[in-house]
Design a protein around this ligand. Structure first.
Ligand code: ATP
Length: 357
């Protein structure tokens, strides 16, 4: 069993507190992705699990063991980095076997482990090549091979795909997912790419300034973001946010446009005659185009055809707004376009705390 548990973990670098206090429970065999903007503390958290960085306080457990102060080599974690870190003068076979050799694993066993890893990763034809004779994706596969042969309790991935081109990233993403299904190890994976996070994870942990904003299954994050940070971070293009007021059971925007407050909100947010300031969140893909009877009006400033859809970018009630519309929906620059929100998919947030209402 290799559950990972971080309890009240903090990290300071000198005067700077990078992780104020973090609690995170990762189940055995779970694939957890830490995601968040640059500098939010993802890599630091991963390195503390690996033992490459010591926690300033708090407790880290892997399986039944308290590993808080245990050195990296004894934690039975294998880490795969962004920059592969392969030995250039060694063949693929030697690169994969190197760690085992250092640990004194007998030659026969080493060879068997290398063959096995090569088979899993489709590296057999490349075993005698050197890193510079490999593509980026193949190099990353070798780095993963080196991690596999350690038979770790926990795989730690630090942005492993960020040096690959877009097409290869998608391919490797699928491979990593299949690998996890086959090997069944616990995985903690760091990325700043929300698509990678959503597609790989059993559970996504959204971090911001060293704190966890929300930890949830991918679809739950998308459908029920806990706050404006998560709502804006997950989904592309980002959710649109508009200041609004609830008045007499309607949602009223700054330009006076209004629409009925959907039933579940009406019940939750108190009496229909009350007034309350809110932030309205609308995803670009949860609106449709409409005629002049539509409740909202977007003044189109830019049109981006994407093939299956097009983006209409402009202003709505004085705020920047993006709508994702069918590819042939009639649009013209500087002209208004009616916008009909899907009432079942609109989000409301407290404008002061940012929390979902
Ligand atoms: P990125 O996506 O850019 O890699 P990240 O979320 O992984 O970002 P970390 O690398 O964990 O972020 O860094 C978190 C914060 O800690 C940053 O502000 C960084 O500057 C700081 N930091 C990291 N390592 C050190 C260090 N050794 N000394 C001082 N500050 C550090």
């Amino acid at each position: 069993m290799a559950q990972v548990s971080l309890s009240r973990v903090t990290k300071r670098f000198g005067e700077i507190t990078v992780i104020p206090e973090l609690d995170l429970e990762i189940a055995d065999k779970e694939f957890v992705v830490l995601v968040g903007p640059s500098g939010c503390g993802k890599t630091t958290t991963l390195r503390m699990i690996a033992g490459l960085e010591l926690a300033s306080s708090g407790t880290i457990r892997i399986g039944e063991r308290d590993v808080t102060t245990l050195r990296a080599g004894l934690r039975n974690c294998a880490m795969v980095f962004q920059n592969y870190a392969l030995y250039p003068h060694m063949t693929v076979r030697q690169n994969i076997a190197y760690g085992m050799k250092v640990r004194g694993v007998p030659k026969e066993e080493r060879e068997r482990a290398v063959e096995e890893a090569a088979r899993i990763l489709g590296l057999q034809p490349l075993l005698d090549r050197r890193p510079k004779q490999l593509s980026g994706g193949q190099r990353q596969r070798v780095a993963i091979g080196r991690a596999i042969v350690r038979r770790p309790d926990v795989f730690l991935f630090d942005e492993p795909l960020s040096n690959l081109d877009a097409k290869l990233r998608i391919e490797m993403r699928t491979e990593i997912k299949q690998l996890h299904r086959r090997l069944g190890n616990t995985v903690v994976y760091v990325t700043h790419d929300q698509v990678e996070a959503m597609t790989l994870a059993d559970r996504v942990v959204v971090m911001h300034q060293g704190r966890i904003e929300q930890a949830a299954r991918p679809l739950e994050l998308y459908e029920r973001p806990a706050n404006t940070f998560v709502a804006g971070f997950i989904g592309a293009p980002s959710m649109n946010f508009l200041p609004a007021e609830i008045a007499d059971g309607d949602l009223v925007l700054g330009d006076g446009s209004r629409m009925p407050l959907p039933e579940p909100f009406l019940q939750r947010l108190g009496p229909p005659n009350g007034r309350r300031q809110v932030t309205l969140g609308l995803r670009p893909e949860h609106v449709t185009g409409g005629d002049e009877t539509a409740p909202l009006r977007l003044v189109v400033r830019e049109i981006e055809p994407l093939g299956p859809t097009q983006l209409a970018i402009g202003e709505l009630a004085g705020h920047r707004f993006i709508a994702q519309l069918p590819p042939h929906w009639p649009l013209a620059i500087d002209r208004p376009c009616g916008i009909v929100p899907d009432p079942a998919r609109l989000h409301l947030f407290d404008p002061l705390t940012g929390r979902a209402l």
